[in-house]
Design a protein around this ligand. Structure first.
Ligand SMILES: Nc1nc(=O)c2c([nH]1)NC[C@@H]1CN(c3ccc(C(=O)N[C@@H](CCC(=O)O)C(=O)O)cc3)C=[N+]21
Length: 300
């Protein structure tokens, strides 16, 4: 499953619907991305989010704050963005430095601008089957688009196994699959006979953060496999960097070649779930702007 290509089609639709909203109401969707500290990987993600937002025709605002920023100062910025009518989506890049309580910052974001879908109000909306009114977290939302492309809207009778129980992927993924009528199992590091549990899955979602842990024997013949992992591992076969350390490459949580032999469809890393996450962030921001304009939000 080509996440990069599918994400492109979503971004095109977002761009089109942004034009339509502007023509009809004069409103332009606005996305604010806040990053604290200078972790290089985080900088790259934030940069590409801002770039995509501009390509969609959004107003894009980036707040880059020093690593020693206090919680109070960050909360003040969030509060200002909550009150800013030109901003429809607020994303505070995680993780935050240790002097700042992630939970406190997330709960300070206006739930109706929480395009990450991490606020308790949105978590609760999804858990109670009100996903249409909620912001659905971007990574699970992107996974669902690819699963539905393969299997249709109704997953009745299918077994879905998610490996990983995080609040940002595993748990919301389970809610979305359940809402689509799949029979859902959440497996994790304490699960007994993990390979056997996974081998029962028609839909297998790997979100554990352990490079290539899901090997061929975990995969049922004909399964749809979604790999959420993005792990940077040493790749000495590519040679050395200038500082003498080995070059690196990205791998998922799934051993791709082995799994691909058995799967009906599988997402690659890179080029799978990652680009879909960014696509869904733009879709959520567009939806937020439509709601602020009092118009029915387009579905993705
Ligand atoms: N509040 C918050 N929301 C997030 O959504 C969030 C976050 N914090 N913190 C960090 C993680 C990470 N994340 C990624 C998004 C896209 C790719 C992506 O597009 N990856 C490319 C590869 C990029 C590369 O080459 O490094 C791919 O998989 O093809 C990766 C990672 C969003 N995150």
């Amino acid at each position: 499953m080509d996440g990069k290509g599918r994400s492109k089609s979503i971004l095109e639709e977002v761009t089109e619907k942004t034009k339509a909203l502007k023509a009809e109401t004069g409103m332009q969707p606005g996305l604010a991305v806040v990053i604290v500290g200078s972790d290089p990987a985080s900088q790259v993600y934030v940069g590409s989010k801002a770039k995509r937002a501009e390509e969609c025709g959004f107003k894009s605002v980036k707040h880059e704050l020093p690593a020693e920023t206090s919680e109070a100062d960050l909360l003040k910025i969030v509060d200002d963005l909550n009150k800013d009518d030109t901003i429809h989506g607020i994303l505070v890049q995680l993780p935050l430095p240790k002097q700042i309580d992630d939970g406190k910052v997330i709960q300070a974001i206006d739930p109706d601008k929480d395009v990450d879908g991490f606020h308790l109000v949105n978590v609760g909306r999804i858990a109670t089957g009100a996903a249409d009114e909620a912001f659905v977290p971007c990574t699970p939302a992107g996974c669902m688009v690819m699963i539905r492309d393969m299997l249709g809207e109704d997953l009745s009778g299918l077994n879905a196994v998610i490996v990983g129980r995080s609040n940002i992927v595993g748990k919301p993924m389970a809610q979305l699959l359940l809402a689509a009528n799949a029979t859902v199992t959440i497996a994790h590091s304490r699960t007994k006979n993990l390979a056997a549990v996974c081998a029962n899955a028609d839909i297998l979602v790997a979100a554990v953060g352990r490079p290539e842990m899901v090997t061929g024997d975990y995969v049922k013949e004909g399964a749809v496999v979604v790999d959420v992992g993005i792990n940077r591992v040493d790749a000495p076969e590519k040679g050395m960097k200038e500082d003498g350390s080995p070059k690196t490459r990205l791998v998922g949580d799934v051993a791709y070649d082995e799994a691909a032999k058995k799967a009906k469809a599988i997402t690659p890393v890179p080029g799978g779930v990652g680009p879909m996450t960014i696509g869904m962030l733009m879709a959520n921001t567009l939806r937020s702007a439509y709601r602020a304009a009092g118009k029915e939000a387009p579905k993705f």
